[in-house]
Ligand binder design. Structure first.
Ligand code: SF4
Length: 383
């Protein structure tokens, strides 16, 4: 009987440990079990529990880990010269040439984009315990945002009519649809109805499209009427071009009592200025909503291109996101864009991060920088 080793690359390289189930590997587990192969799951940095696997599968996720992935995969190619090495995932799909250049010679099969062979399979959640199910109900996106890899790796848009195969025994379902709202109110309604029947909660964790939300009253109704089963309601505010829609969406959510649960992805350092980002943070803070700034990265090496976005990331994003409370601290304490820049420069010089500062430390810095908490009329406290 053939032996298959599925290697989870999570935890390697620059990425933090990702609590997401390695979806491709869990689906391959079902595929190979159907062929009656022996399937073994192996986490990175553990010693494989089997000798001489016939097939070894890797799924690459973040392109900024490419070098670490390659080093690791090459070690396997060397250790198991007779095995077939299968590599897929977003990172290899984006940087195929890089992988072809640096992978050792061996019996290597690279899958670019979607792997049609595994499409009909759901994940095998018996492989390892996870806190939630993961999958998608649709694929692709009809927009072509210049910073986004989705049009490249998922060029076709379609509803996955058999999406419930992704739901496991877990109470929660994380749906990675790229742009669920382009599929309309009836699809959204159908998905949410099914989840409600199964007593599941949902998170469309890639960020929904505020332009469609504002223009489509039926979608607003479906989403707002089902907000109780959303663990987070995520939208994207990735460019100044969508600002009017983002503000309107934020206001609609706030006026329906949705504050912290509203979670905004925000691309920074692509075209927007620090002032644009400050204005967005202030707007969302006023609606008591959460933000996750996402610095734009060079896809080939994962480096953040803009110096200010890098500084912003270093100082404010110790835990990778600014939740509603921290957003309000920034806005409430710093008050103005000029103060934010002063604060950022000081922190950059002294390698300070917001996440490691308590209130006293912040106040100390504010005093040094002549930043003080002001009332509307107290304008003299600033130099
Ligand atoms: S709308 Fe979102 S998923 Fe679609 S191309 Fe733009 S950033 Fe990518």
């Amino acid at each position: 009987m053939k032996k298959v080793l599925l290697v989870d690359l999570n935890g390697i390289g620059k990425q933090s440990i990702n609590a997401f189930p390695p979806l491709a590997l869990l689906r391959l587990a079902n595929l190979y079990k159907e062929k009656a192969y022996d399937v073994y799951f192996h986490e990175v940095k553990q010693k494989p529990k089997i000798k001489n696997p016939d097939i070894i599968c890797f799924s690459t996720i973040f392109s900024f880990n490419d070098k670490s992935y390659i080093r690791y995969i090459n070690a396997y190619i060397k250790a198991y010269p007779s095995a077939t090495i299968r590599i897929g995932g977003p990172a290899v799909s984006i940087n195929e040439d890089f992988y072809k250049k640096y992978l050792r010679n061996g019996n290597v099969e690279i899958t670019i984009g979607q792997d049609d062979e595994i499409e009909k399979y759901g994940p095998d959640y018996s492989i390892k315990k996870y806190n939630f199910s993961a999958g998608y109900t649709t694929k692709g996106c009809s927009r072509k945002c210049p910073w986004c890899v989705v049009p490249k790796i998922e060029p076709k848009t379609y509803k996955d009519k058999n999406w419930t195969r992704f739901i496991g025994y877990h109470r929660h379902f994380n749906a990675m649809d790229n742009n669920i709202l382009i599929f309309g109110a009836s699809w959204l309604s159908e998905v949410l109805k099914e989840l409600r029947i199964r007593k599941k909660t949902i998170d469309f964790n890639q960020g929904m499209d505020c332009r469609i939300f504002v223009k489509n009253k039926k979608i607003q109704d479906v989403l707002l009427n089902n907000s109780d089963i959303f663990s987070a309601i995520r939208f994207s505010w990735d460019s100044e071009g969508v600002s009017d829609y983002a503000k309107k969406t934020s206001d609609i959510l706030a006026s329906n009592g949705i504050h912290r649960k509203a979670f905004w992805y925000m691309l920074i350092g692509f075209e927007e200025t620090p002032k644009d980002v400050w204005n967005r943070i202030v707007y969302l803070a006023n609606n008591r909503q959460s933000i996750k700034p996402m610095p734009y990265r060079n896809l080939s090496d994962g480096k953040i291109i803009s110096a200010w976005a890098q500084a912003f990331q270093n100082i404010f994003l110790g835990h990778w996101f600014i939740n509603g409370i921290i957003t309000e601290i920034i806005v409430d304490e710093l008050k103005t864009y000029e103060n934010m820049i002063k604060f950022m420069s000081y922190c950059e010089q002294h390698y300070f991060k917001l996440s490691t500062m308590n209130k006293d430390m912040r106040q100390d810095i504010y005093r040094k920088l002549n930043i003080c908490k002001q009332s509307e009329t107290d304008i003299n406290c600033f130099v």
